[in-house]
Design a protein around this ligand. Structure first.
Ligand code: NAD
Length: 227
């Protein structure tokens, strides 16, 4: 049922807008400080880390980078590809990681995800329970969103990802570089990771400029049709 905005809320609106303005200044200033003085990466010792699509491509390399940083952790891989998953598990074990668990699951199927989550809870349950016990009201789960551009993996095999005009942008992104950026960003507690970092600028243009300007920028760069 529609009700009218109370007088109390109307009175608060100018203060709330001022608050948002000040918050913007504080957050921007904090980002600048973090850029100049990066914080210590967080420790992943003893952590349980779930990597979806971890059998191949970027996911597999993310597992490798995590193990390079810390062997005393539990890696859980969810992937549809059973053969590749087994191979990756063997590789990771040979690198000396404490625990690796793999589950064949299609993460686009809700029922499969729920079933696998129940299995994980049963098989690796004690540690998960301990995590949740320590944070009964607010599980300590952080989310990071990755914004990569074309990366030469099986995922885009056969697709032309080369820029026609700004050719200096080509061949910049190897899957290894992308995996390093992801792991470093996650350990630094970043909420958004743009790969390459300059993609943030492109994102800013596409989000904030008229679409005519965005199209012109893409023409200048020579973005291929496939992207
Ligand atoms: N390669 C790129 O250019 C590019 C660009 C933007 C985003 N991405 C994203 O990055 C992620 C990894 O891509 P990649 O390049 O490493 O691809 P990849 O094909 O090399 O590896 C993807 C892995 O995910 C697994 N997988 C695919 N569908 C799955 C599903 N439904 N459930 C469980 N596992 C599944 C595959 O078996 C494979 O092991 C994907 O989410 C992709 O959308 C890739």
């Amino acid at each position: 049922m529609a009700t009218s905005t109370s007088l109390h809320v109307w009175i608060l609106i100018p203060f709330e807008l001022l608050y948002l303005l000040l918050l913007t200044v504080v957050v921007q200033f904090r980002s600048l400080i973090r850029l100049l003085i990066p914080s210590e990466p967080k420790s992943i010792q003893g952590e349980i880390i779930l990597v979806t699509g971890g059998a191949k491509g970027i996911g597999r390399l993310v597992c490798h980078k995590l193990v390079e940083k810390e062997k005393n952790l539990t890696l859980v891989i969810w992937d549809v590809n059973e053969k590749a998953t087994s191979e990756t598990v063997l590789e990771l074990k040979s690198l000396g990681v404490k625990n690796v668990y793999a589950f064949q699951v299609d993460v686009s199927q809700r029922a499969q995800v729920e079933k696998t989550a129940r299995k994980v809870r049963a098989e690796i349950g004690e540690s998960v329970k301990e995590e949740v016990r320590r944070y009964p009201s607010k599980p300590n789960i952080s989310f990071t969103t990755i914004y990569p551009i074309g990366i030469p993996t099986d995922f885009i095999a056969g697709v032309n990802i080369d820029m026609d005009r700004y050719k200096f942008l080509n061949n910049m992104l190897t899957p290894e570089f992308v995996a390093s950026e992801i792991v470093e960003g996650v350990l630094a507690g970043k909420e958004h990771i743009y790969i390459p970092r300059s993609a943030r600028f492109i994102r800013y243009i596409t989000d904030n400029m008229p679409s005519e300007v965005t199209r012109k920028l893409f023409d200048f760069v020579g973005v291929p049709m496939e992207l």
